[in-house]
Write a protein that binds this ligand. Sequence first.
Ligand SMILES: C[S@@+](CC[C@H](N)C(=O)[O-])C[C@H]1O[C@@H](n2cnc3c(N)ncnc32)[C@H](O)[C@@H]1O
Length: 328
Amino acid sequence: MEVQADGDHFISSQLGGLAGTQMALRAAIELKVFNIIADAGPDAHLSAAEIISKIPTKDPSSAAWTLERVLRVLGGNSILSIISRKPSGNNGEHGRHEWTYGLTKKSRRLASSSSTTDELLAILQGLWSELFDYMGEKPRLRQLFDEFMEVSGKLQFEDVFKLYGGFKDLKELMDVGGGIGTTLAKITSTYPHVRGLNFDLPHVIDAAPKLPGVKHVAGDMFKWIPNAQTILLQCILHNWDDEHCKKLLRNCWEALPQEGKVIIVEMAISEELENNVEAKDVLMEDFFMMLLTNGGKKRTLAEFKDLGNAVGFTKVDIFQCLIGQFML
Ligand SMILES: C[S@@+](CC[C@H](N)C(=O)[O-])C[C@H]1O[C@@H](n2cnc3c(N)ncnc32)[C@H](O)[C@@H]1O
C-alpha cells in the first residue's frame, strides 16, 4: 500500500496531538495546576511563572518555560482558557510573550477537590480494571462517573429510541451494569408495561435513587445474573477483554429463557475505516479503552457476532444508528 506524504503528515500529527494532549493533561494534574488556578479565585488567570511560584522547584525560570509549553497544549485543546498578556518590565521572561491561563468548564471539574485530582490521576494510570471496585470506596468519584454516564447515555439513547422499536414488545428488561438506573427509567417511563430490573455492583445499587418501574438488584455480573426475559448491555462489553465478555454473555445465556435475547447498545468499529467524525469518535474511544482498561476495546460487528456465537447466541440482528450503536 502506498501512503502519500500528505497522509503521513496527517496521521503523525493526529497521533502526536493525541499523545501530547494526554501527556500535558497528566503533567498538569500531577502538578496540581488546576487546583492552583482554582485557589486563585473563580475567574482567575495566572501566568506559568505565577503558577510555578506555588510549586517547589530548583529552577523556577526554566520550570516556568517548560510549564508554559504544557499549558499552551491544554489551551489549544480548550482544556484551559488563554489570555494574551502584553509583557511589561520583567514580565515575559527573556522577552517572550506571556499568556495567562484560566479554568474552563472542562478543567473546573479537574480542580473540584484535591482528592478528585488524585482519583482522576489514578484512572489515568490505568486502574480501570479495578476501577469499579475502587469507586466503591470513593463515592465522589462514583458520583462524577454516574453523572458522565447519564449525559452520554442520554445522547446515545435518543438515537436508539428513534431507530429501535423492540422495547415496546418486552415484558421485562434487566439492564446489566445499568449504573444507577437512568437508562432503564427512560425505557420504563416510555413503555410503562415493561418491568425494569437494574443490576449493578452493591455499592452502586446502594447509592441508586428510587425510580418508577425500576427494581434495583445488586450483584457481580461475572459471578451470577438473576433470571430475566431480556437483558440490556449498554456500553459494557467495550470495558472488557474477550474472555470476560464471553463469561458475561454466558451468564446472560443462563439467566435467559429459551426465547430470550440480549440487546447490546454500543458503538462498533467500521471495517471500512473512513475519515469522518463518527469513525474518529469510535477510534478515539478505542484509544482510551487501550489506555484505561486491561483488554477493553471497541469491536467490529463481526467481532461482536463471534462473541455471541462463541457462547451459543445464534441469531444476530443488527440495527445501525447514526453513531453506530447496534443490537444483537
Ligand atoms: C461504562 S458503565 C455503563 C453504565 C450504563 N450501562 C450506561 O450505559 O450508562 C459500566 C457499568 O458496569 C458496572 N459494573 C462493572 N463491573 C461490574 C460487575 N462485576 N457486576 C455488575 N456491574 C458491574 C459499573 O458499576 C458501571 O455502572
